[in-house]
Every structure is written in C-alpha cells, then in structure tokens.
Ligand binder design. Structure first.
Ligand SMILES: [Zn+2]
Length: 240
C-alpha cells in the first residue's frame, strides 16, 4: 500500500463504526489533486489498477461525507472510514477486475479490525441522497455481500414484512426520511444500490452531478418491484 498523507483531517470524536464507499472520475493522482483543491480527504483511494493509496490515518477523521445522515446520526466523518474508487463515469460503468479483487480482500480486513456492522457499510449516495450519486449503479454490492461486505437481500423475504409504508421501510434501513424530498431522494438512492437495472444511465457526467435524482418525481415511491425489494431489504435490517 502506498501512502500519501493529506492535511485535511481532524482528530476523531468517535470510534470507527461505519464504512463509506465513494467513487470519483479521476485516477489516483487526479483525485489527490482534487482533494487539495477542495481541501477534502478520504482514508484510502483505490486506483484503476487496484492499488491502494492511504491518504489519512484510520484514527483521524477525514473530510469525505459532507452533510449526511444514516440511522439517526449526522456528521458521519467522525465515525467512518471513507474509500474513494476511480471510475470514469462516476460508477455507471464497470469497475475494473483489479479494483474488485482489491475491495474483496481489503474491505473484510477493515470490517474485522473495527468490528463494523453490515448495516453500517454504505455508499455516499445512501447517506447524502439529495447531493451525491456515487459509488453508482455499477458498484458491485451484490458480489461484495457474498464476500462479507454489506447487506444484500432475498426477495422472498418481502412477504415476511408487514410494513408497507415506503418512508417507514426506508427509515428501518437507515435512510433520511425527515422531509418529503429526502424520502424521494432516498427512494432513488435505494434503487441505485438495490435495483441498479431500474436506474437510467446518464452519460453526461456534469448533468448527473447536478441532477443526482429526479427532483419531485413522486413515482419514485411506486412500483411493485421497488416495494418488494424495499420490504426484503428492511426485513434483513430488522433481523441482523
Ligand atoms: Zn462521494
């Protein structure tokens, strides 16, 4: 592992209990330049060749999450490790095999080291659904779950979940449901992660960055497939 310490860190106020996955349309060097430009940081960067560069110590809080929310908590930089992964389309096209091999090996090590619960392994879009599209629909959540990284679901569990209210189901998982807009944005973040085939690819990256989700689209809360997946994921969260 390479090391390239960045100064944009502060001492943690809380122990690590969360893992946040990101992606950026830059290689490792480009990402470090951007971090200097905006005075932000992550703990690790995974380049296209799968090589890891550590940019902050785990015991420091890096500046990667921004305004965020998960399971009732905010200021998630304090309790999380942030990992940036290079992807030229902000996670809309496949990650490289080398990157996936690295994630399958490295993330379980971090999870074991800090005893990170599966419910707290999340994407940036899960904790900032109105602002962030990363790590995108191509992030291999299902595959990683088979290697002990993050929650996936069994659609047959949908029938075991009596709750039908979309906001309540999102809240069980951990999404921000404090306003109607945050519910809609969280519906989209959920689709990105758990129903990626249902989310349209936006080839215009600049447009995607400024239009993270279809603002005000009430149909985001609808659809049998969506509701069943939501119920199945919520069931998993309730039974972990
Ligand atoms: Zn991010």
């Amino acid at each position: 592992m390479k090391k390239h310490p960045l100064p944009y860190v502060s001492r943690r106020k809380m122990p690590v209990y969360m893992l946040v996955l990101h992606c950026s349309a830059q290689d490792t060097i480009g990402m470090i330049e951007v971090m200097h430009q905006y005075k932000v940081s992550s703990h690790y960067i995974v380049g296209y060749n799968g090589e890891i560069t550590q940019t902050a110590d785990d015991y420091d809080s890096a500046h990667h999450a921004g305004k965020s929310f998960w399971r009732g908590h905010e200021d998630l930089n304090q309790c999380s490790i942030g990992i940036e992964i290079s992807n030229p389309t902000l996670g809309q096209t496949e990650y490289t095999k080398e990157q996936i091999d690295t994630l399958i090996k490295f993330l379980p090590e971090l999870i074991a080291k800090y005893d990170i619960k599966q419910r707290n392994i999340i994407g940036h879009s899960d904790i900032a659904p109105t602002r962030k599209p990363d790590p995108g629909i191509a992030f291999p959540w299902k595959l990683l779950s088979e290697h002990g990284v993050g929650v996936w679901y069994d659609i047959n569990d949908a029938g075991k979940m009596a709750e039908k209210d979309v906001a309540k189901l999102l809240n069980i998982i951990g999404y921000d449901t404090r306003t109607e807009e945050s519910v809609l944005a969280s519906c989209y973040a959920f689709r990105r992660r758990f129903l990626p085939d249902e989310v349209k690819i936006d080839n215009d990256i600049a447009h995607l960055v400024n239009n993270v989700y279809p603002v005000g689209d009430k149909s985001l809360k609808e659809g049998k497939k969506f509701l069943n997946a939501l119920k199945a994921v919520a069931y998993k969260y309730l039974n972990m």
